[in-house]
Design a protein around this ligand. Structure first.
Ligand code: EPU
Length: 416
């Protein structure tokens, strides 16, 4: 549990770590290569550790130290994926694509993930089916691929996970797969770059249409540098816009966060850009704004909870329409215990000015929602207790220490 004494301004320098969602996908993509893979800038977070445990179970040689991950999958073995670790991370769904590519079969639980909503995988499965897979779906999934077919699949709604899974699915087959309506999130671009480096042919026919022609023998040694985490960068920037005093965020992904920077410009948030850094201070007296979350390059759903906390500091009300996960609002009842004033109306989050913030006992239920509760507590001048720090640890490396270094008063305690 965390004990948070809020009210301190955050100043000094903090560096952004490597991308969680890119790393998880790239680690699974590495299974397809018989050569050695060396990934730099991999964050040391719970979700990565869990995925590496699954890899060890599959007889992959794993060496992870100082954010450098070396993987040797030359002796990978087919095993059932009905193991506990698989349930705990959403990214384990990528193992379906990778296994069908490698072994033409997979047996897995319906994959897990964050708790804020029902997270279907019907698009992934329909894509596999379109290209020849046969699926038995009960409590578990058993998928077989006796004859892969070349073909075309249009993802019904832009989906990061489906795009990546179908890329993995096609990577080792010399058929032609066309996938339409793909996601353009930077982590998808990273998977495309990485697979191409390994020797898979991936052509962008149109902005959202990919042609994949796999390669049966991926066996080069490859090295790849994972980009910094754009959502961590945005989370730190929003902390800075709320309680920063010339807080310098090094390794800030400027290009990947242009939408957020434009919001800061509109609201007159004081910030300065360096080559790859952002220096930001708290913003006072801004007017409310209306926003909506959408696939990249628009406003990411993953920062919606943090943005809501920041917008609570405005003079007038703001509204965020949540288009990706309409029920991503379970943090709000907890946040309001601190005297924040947020309401939910279907997928609209109405954010009114927060007054007389106080401390409270809070319980987090998912990664970004729990980070929003931490942020809300750091803004209030009082002491709060927050359960669920392990959710934050799923996605932000050594974050409590790093925040302490820039002035946050956060203690990790066993109980109160
Ligand atoms: N969807 C379906 N069926 C599917 C797949 C998706 O209906 O088979 C819907 C979803 O319900 C959602 C939309 O399509 O409404 C988009 O979901 P997407 O597939 O893009 O999400 P994801 O791949 O499961 C990744 C990130 C999430 C992030 C979303 C959206 C990983 C491991 N997870 O999830 O990250 O919110 O994309 O950008 O990459 C986080 O980091 O906190 C996190 C939850």
């Amino acid at each position: 549990m965390l004990k948070i004494k809020g009210g301190n301004l955050l100043k000094g320098v903090i560096e952004v770590k490597g991308s969680k969602n890119a790393s998880l996908a790239l680690i699974v993509a590495s299974l397809l290569n018989k050569g050695e893979v060396k990934l730099y800038n991999v964050p040391d977070i719970l979700d990565v550790r869990r995925l590496l445990n699954i890899l060890k179970h599959l007889n992959v040689n794993v060496n992870f130290k100082d954010n450098i991950l070396i993987l040797d999958s030359s002796k990978i073995e087919y095993k059932s994926l009905l193991i506990d670790e698989v349930k705990k991370i959403r990214a384990s769904s990528y193992l379906m694509g990778a296994f069908l590519s490698l072994f033409n079969k997979v047996e897995i639980f319906n994959p897990g993930g964050c708790n804020f909503s029902n997270r279907p995988i019907d698009f992934h499965l329909n894509g596999f089916k379109e290209f020849g897979a046969i699926i038995q779906e009960n409590e578990n999934l058993i998928i077989n691929l006796d004859n892969i077919k070349s073909g075309y699949y249009k993802i019904p709604k832009i989906s990061v996970g489906t795009t990546i899974n179908l890329l993995l699915f096609g990577a080792l087959k010399d058929n032609l797969l066309i996938i339409d309506n793909v996601a353009l999130e930077p982590e998808v671009e990273e998977v495309i770059d990485f697979l191409s480096l390994m020797g898979v042919e991936i052509i962008k026919i149109k902005e959202r249409t990919l042609l994949i022609k796999g390669n049966k023998s991926l066996n080069k040694n490859v090295e790849y540098h994972v980009k910094n985490d754009r959502i961590e960068a945005a989370s730190l920037a929003l902390l800075g816009a709320s309680i920063g005093d010339n807080l310098e965020i090094k390794g800030f992904n400027i290009y990947d966060n242009l939408y957020l920077l434009n919001i800061f410009l509109k609201l007159n948030v004081p910030f300065k850009l360096g080559g790859n850094s952002l220096t930001i201070s708290k913003c006072v007296d801004f007017d409310g704004i209306e926003l909506e979350t959408n696939p990249y390059p628009l406003l990411p759903t993953d920062i919606q909870p943090l943005l809501s906390v920041f917008l609570s500091l405005g003079k007038s009300s703001s509204i965020i329409k949540e288009n990706i996960y309409p029920k991503r609002n379970n943090y709000i009842k907890e946040l309001n215990k601190l005297n924040y004033n947020l309401n939910v109306n279907n997928n609209l989050i109405i954010i009114n000015n927060s007054n007389n913030l106080k401390g409270s006992h809070l319980v987090g239920e998912d990664l970004r929602g729990t980070f929003a509760l931490l942020m809300g507590s750091l803004i209030s001048d009082n002491t709060s207790y927050l359960k669920g720090k392990e959710y934050i640890e799923r996605g932000y490396e050594d974050i409590f220490n790093r925040l302490r270094k820039i002035g946050a008063n956060i203690e990790e305690i066993s109980s109160y």
